[in-house]
Design a protein around this ligand. Structure first.
Ligand code: ATR
Length: 264
């Protein structure tokens, strides 16, 4: 029986096991997908287990997407560009780190038929997934990417990777076509991002990386102001599908049941 894991801290909220185990069963694969809460000092032993084939693959989530890199043998081009790994597997006895968040975000945007090209994008937050979103936005030819984070040096670290990123002081509101909430504000349904978006003309796209709850206050307020909205659910599903393809060689079907499964 093959064994897969999602690791993070905290990890209780993760819906990856539900989704992967659904696809595993549907495709008659002999495998199980679990979740495990880890500490930084557990990473080394975990990678040894992958090397020994005791574990066949892992997904990596907050806060280890970057920390895990030093334990791996090789990074895919995408993981190297973003310094972020969310999928690990063994190939030719080498432990490889890859990043399917980039593809996840790109496919999610394509799925809603939104054309990013020549658009000005404002990212709020600088958490683990932001470098992947920036790379996807650049692939989709965004004209300009602006980013603001409470802790400015995290934003500046991203600028070291993406030189043309424009850093906006926390609390300032630039004009934009698309705004992305990439903070953890909204995970609690009462959380409010302290930015007054009523000053911005309507008809913009408000994208929240959070998908649970389905409607954060960021999304609710954006709707009230007459904007388009999208949450992070499709990105989550597409990044998982890409990881599944890498591990099992099968492109899993994104059927209607998945929506219900993730809403339960
Ligand atoms: P990590 O930073 O470990 O990758 P994350 O959940 O991916 O974790 O990211 C959390 C993001 O939400 C960060 O951008 C964080 O800002 P800081 O870098 O300043 O911590 C942001 N965030 C969380 N709570 C916040 C708050 N109350 N106000 C503003 N930003 C907040």
């Amino acid at each position: 029986m093959k064994k897969y894991l999602v690791i993070g801290n905290p990890i209780g909220h993760s819906l990856s096991p539900k989704l992967h185990n659904y696809w595993i069963k549907k495709n008659n694969i002999e495998a199980v997908y679990d979740k495990q809460e880890l500490k930084n000092h557990d990473l080394k032993d975990l990678i040894i287990k992958i090397r020994n084939k005791e574990i066949n693959g892992i997904n990596v989530t907050v806060p280890f997407k970057n920390e895990i890199i030093s334990y791996l043998d090789k990074l895919s081009h995408e993981a190297d560009l973003t310094k972020s790994v969310n999928t690990v597997y063994l190939e030719d006895d080498k432990v490889i780190g890859h990043n399917t968040d980039i593809e996840g975000f790109e496919l999610a945007i394509k799925n809603i038929n939104y054309d990013i090209s020549e658009k000005q994008i404002f990212i709020v937050g600088a958490g683990g997934v932001v470098s992947s979103i920036i790379l996807a936005l650049k692939k989709m030819k965004a004209s300009k990417i602006l980013l603001s984070n409470r802790t400015k040096n995290k934003a500046e670290n991203l600028k070291k990777i993406f030189r043309d990123l424009e850093i906006i002081d926390w609390g300032k509101l630039p004009d934009f076509d698309v705004v992305i909430n990439a903070t953890s504000i909204g995970l609690d349904k009462n959380d409010e991002l302290n930015i007054d978006f009523s000053k911005i003309k309507n008809g913009r796209l408000f994208y929240d990386v959070i998908y649970n709850p389905k409607q954060t206050n960021f999304i609710k307020n954006a709707k009230k102001l007459g904007n388009k909205t999208e949450n992070g659910k499709k990105m989550f599903i597409y990044q998982a599908a890409a990881a599944f393809k890498i591990w099992h060689g099968i492109k899993p079907e994104i059927d209607d049941k998945i929506n219900d499964l993730l809403d339960e």
